[in-house]
Structure formats: structure tokens, C-alpha cells
Design a protein around this ligand. Structure first.
Ligand code: UDP
Length: 480
């Protein structure tokens, strides 16, 4: 009698932030649609957020219930991050990250053991551990349990490469302020990166002492990634060819992005937002084509009242239509009144202000003609996908580096007060450049070309799809 070949089983663990959870969910579905059994492990804290966003009771919420209707074998479980649910993880981020660094691996270890014990034939025990590159333990835990480790990088290859070459940067004194102070220097010794200004480095490299915990996490995470069996990167070969080629010489790196846009994902509707989404459709439908500026700073960036005030006045001066996502915690805490006095009365039908929205829906609307963005990597990929040029206003972590790609390398966006205090006149001016006149036409044409590269990469014969196929073949070869 011939034995039915068992399905490969993967434990998949996203990093507990919106910009990491969404691509990991999509990767899990992608793997499940290729015949993998998935155990998706979400922190209880993020689970609660998703339930609240869906207005569903936490006890019965199952992120992948819809996916299972399409015969995908995805199990869903939660894990404690070690803190009570009402602990403010943003305010106490040092304590939170320290514990994620120190204590979380033991919890993951427990769940791996539990998943292994719970598994019965004809399935095999999980042989694959898929985890975010920012985690500081995946290769160690995978090795302990004789599993294959896949490291998933949710940011561009250039950021990966800079982190990968941290030691080389150190040797060249990048973090030595006594050597270069705040002056601009160019780094041209990283393989696959022709030249990058120190001002375009990730904020945790520009100023390692600002949040020492962050650089510690990156350091440890990249020690682990060097021991990973596979690295997947949510980018596109045609966008970052040189960087990826250089990385590939060190470590097999598969560019499989933009993972959030695999077409067969549309068959399963999974609510991935951590906050409930305001519907902007009707409002957008009432506006002329290309007339609306979408303004959003993602899920983590924090601003202040003065900055919000300048942006608000800039929008008024430009007279553009706008959708503005102002998270309730945009200036930290829960201050409700962050806009200048009377602003909402003045804008009338000119602007729609929401706490959170379905960003893909807004960007895909014909009315949307520009995106004032914090340069989160998901936001950039989404903006390119829908052909919406950007005004770049980076805040932290990888965002300044992502800005360089958009403005300096691909020329599909403009800067806003780079490195300077934002001013209302400049806001209005950049909106005009992006959305009106000759410049805006050229920018639109350019982004459409880049957008085509993204769409092409997702075709069956495109680079991201074939890279994913190659990855699955290479992976299954380890399994069989
Ligand atoms: N997003 C959304 N609604 C909003 C704002 C953001 O759905 O109102 C989504 C956006 O589509 C993206 C993610 O949140 O997928 C933000 O990720 P990104 O990498 O851009 O930034 P981060 O939040 O990690 O800084």
C-alpha cells in the first residue's frame, strides 16, 4: 500500500505590529495555498485588537475562519507576550521590547513543543518555523527542535542589507558621532548599495544611543538571520536588483513581494486591520478623478500638535481635497483635540478625517491623486501598486531609508521638509508640485512604469511568483 505523502506543517509567527502582521498573514495564506498546514501564532494582545476592530468576542474570533472555507489548512492560536492586556506597550516600549527579547523565546519554545505534541498522523510534526527577521530567537529555536527556519523580512532589501552589514558599518565608524558629528557622509562600501547618505540610514543607525534596545534587537535578529535556512523578502527583484544580487551571494534571498497582492488571496477575505475601518467610499466617489490627497502616517508614528497644525494649515492653503487618517494616539496618549481650533468647521466638504480606514480601498479609488506618507514599506508598495505618487515625510526606523528609494532612486515622490521642521507653506507647495501642473503628469507617468514592474512581478511568469515557486521547491526538497 502506498502511503499518502504527509503535508508539510509550518509554525508562523508575525511580529506584533500592523505593518508586520499583514504581510505575515498573506505569507501564511500563500503557503497554505501551496499545500502547507499552517499554525499561525499571534500574540494575545494583537488578537484582542483584531477582535475589537471586528467587533467580535475574543473567545470566538478566528482570524482564518474564512480561509478555511477555501480549504486552506490554517490553524490559529494565541500566545501571551507576558504583559497584562491593559499594559501600555507604546509608553513602556523599552520594558516591552526587553521582555520580548528576554522572555518571549521561552513562550515560543513552549508553543512549538505543544504544537508538536498535538500533531497526529497523517500529518507530520511541524518541520518549519517561519518568523519575522526582527525576532531574536528563530534560528536557535528551530535548531533545538530540528526544524527548518525561514526568516521573513517585511521591509526593503536595502534596509535588510544595511542591518546585515552592521559590523562593516561599525568598522567604518558610522555610529561614532565624535568622528562625523551630524555632518552628512556618504557610505559606499556596502555590497549592492552604490552610495547612501548617513542621513538616509535607519534612525536606529543614525542615532544608536537614542533607543539602545532597538539596535540590540536588530543586532541579535541579524545574528539569527545569518543562521536561517531561507530568507524571504517582501520586495521586488526589478526594484532592488543590485542589492538583492549582492545579498544572494552571501545568503539565498527570495524576493517575493509585494506579498499583500497575490491574486489568489482575494478569494479569501481576511480582516487584517488592528483598528476598525471608516468607510470613505461614498465621500471619495463624490470627488473628481485624481483630486484627493490621502494623508496617513501608518500605525506607529507619533506626531505633535504643532506639526499637525502646520500640516492642517498646509492642506487648507493648497485647497486640495483630502482624506486624513488621524489615529486617536497620533500624538501619544488619547488626546482627542489635536487639530487647530475650528479646523473641522473650515474644511467642510474639503476633507474627511478618520481614525483609521481601509488604505487599499482609498489608494485604489480613482479620486485619489497623491499620498502624503510616513514612508512605511507597506504603504509605499501599496501606493506604487495603485500608481499614486507620494509626498514623503518619514518619521522613524526604516522610513528615511525607504524615502531615499522613492524620491532619489525611483523618482516617484517628492520630499517634505527633509530633516527640518515642517512648515505650512512648504506643505502647500509640495502638494501643488505633486498634484497640479506639468510635474505631476511626469510623476504620474513614472509611477505607472514602476507600478507595472510590481504587477508584472506577480504574474505567473513574473519574478516574485517564480521566486516563490523556487522557494517552495527548495523548501520541499529539505522536507522530503
Ligand atoms: N493602514 C490601513 N489603514 C490606515 C492606515 C494604514 O489599513 O488607516 C495599513 C496600510 O495599508 C499598511 C499598514 O497599515 O498596510 C501600515 O504599514 P506600513 O508598513 O506602511 O507602516 P507602519 O504602520 O508599519 O509604520
Amino acid at each position: 500500500m502506498q502511503m499518502e505523502h504527509p503535508k508539510p506543517h509550518a509554525i508562523v509567527i508575525p511580529y506584533p505590529y500592523q505593518g508586520h502582521v499583514t504581510p505575515m498573514i498573506n505569507l501564511a495564506i500563500r503557503l497554505a495555498s501551496r499545500g502547507f498546514t499552517i499554525t499561525f501564532v499571534q500574540t494575545e494582545f494583537i488578537h484582542q485588537f483584531m477582535c475589537k476592530a471586528q467587533n467580535l468576542p475574543a473567545a470566538s474570533f478566528d482570524l482564518f475562519a474564512e480561509a478555511r472555507k477555501s480549504d486552506l489548512d490554517i490553524r490559529y492560536t494565541t500566545i501571551s507576550d507576558g504583559f497584562p492586556l491593559d499594559f501600555d506597550r507604546d509608553l513602556n516600549f523599552n520594558e516591552y521590547w526587553e521582555s520580548m527579547f528576554r522572555d518571549f523565546p521561552d513562550r515560543v519554545d513552549e508553543i512549538v513543543v505543544k504544537t508538536m505534541e498535538a500533531d497526529v498522523l497523517p500529518e507530520t510534526p511541524p518541520f518549519l518555523l517561519v518568523a519575522d527577521t526582527f525576532y531574536t530567537w528563530p534560528a536557535t529555536i528551530a535548531k533545538k527542535h530540528n526544524m527548518v527556519n525561514v526568516s521573513f523580512w517585511t521591509e526593503p532589501a536595502i534596509v535588510f542589507s544595511l542591518n546585515y552589514h552592521l559590523e562593516l558599518l561599525r568598522q567604518n565608524g558610522f555610529s561614532d558621532k565624535t568622528q562625523h558629528g551630524n555632518a552628512e557622509n556618504y557610505i559606499n562600501y556596502i555590497p549592492g548599495i552604490q552610495s547612501i547618505s548617513t542621513r538616509d540610514l535607519m534612525t536606529y543607525l543614525q542615532d544608536p544611543e537614542a533607543i539602545p534596545m532597538l539596535i540590540k534587537i536588530v543586532e541579535k535578529g541579524f545574528e539569527q538571520v545569518k543562521k536561517a535556512d531561507f530568507i524571504l523578502c517582501n520586495t521586488v527583484e526589478e526594484l532592488e536588483l543590485e542589492t538583492l544580487s549582492a545579498l544572494n551571494q552571501k545568503h539565498p534571498t527570495y524576493a517575493i513581494g509585494p506579498i499583500n497582492f497575490y491574486t489568489d488571496l482575494t478569494k479569501t477575505s481576511i480582516a487584517k486591520s488592528l483598528w476598525s475601518e471608516s468607510d470613505c467610499t461614498q465621500w471619495l466617489n463624490s470627488k473628481p478623478s485624481g483630486s484627493v490627497l490621502y494623508v496617513s502616517f501608518g500605525s506607529i508614528a507619533e506626531s505633535n500638535k504643532e506639526e499637525i497644525g502646520e500640516l492642517a494649515h498646509g492642506l487648507l492653503i493648497s485647497e486640495v481635497y483630502f482624506v486624513w487618517v488621524l489615529r486617536p494616539d497620533i500624538i501619544g496618549g488619547q488626546e482627542s483635540d489635536v487639530l487647530p481650533e475650528g479646523f473641522k468647521d473650515v474644511i467642510k466638504n474639503k476633507g474627511l478625517i478618520v481614525p483609521w480606514c481601509n488604505q487599499n480601498m482609498v489608494l485604489s479609488s480613482p479620486a485619489t491623486g497623491g499620498f502624503l506618507t510616513h514612508c512605511g514599506w507597506n504603504s509605499i508598495l501599496e501606493s506604487i501598486w495603485y500608481g499614486v505618487p507620494m509626498i514623503c515625510y518619514p518619521f522613524l526606523v526604516d522610513q528615511p531609508t525607504n524615502r531615499k528609494l522613492v524620491v532619489d532612486d525611483w523618482k516617484i515622490g517628492v520630499d517634505l521638509c527633509e530633516g527640518e521642521q515642517v512648515r505650512r507653506e512648504e506643505v502647500a507647495n509640495q502638494i501643488d508640485i505633486l498634484m497640479k501642473g506639468e510635474n505631476s503628469v511626469q510623476m504620474k507617468q513614472k509611477i505607472q512604469k514602476v507600478s507595472k514592474k510590481l504587477h508584472d512581478s506577480m504574474d505567473a511568469e513574473g519574478s516574485s511568483c517564480t521566486n516563490f515557486d523556487r522557494f517552495v521547491v527548495d523548501l520541499k526538497a529539505k522536507f522530503c
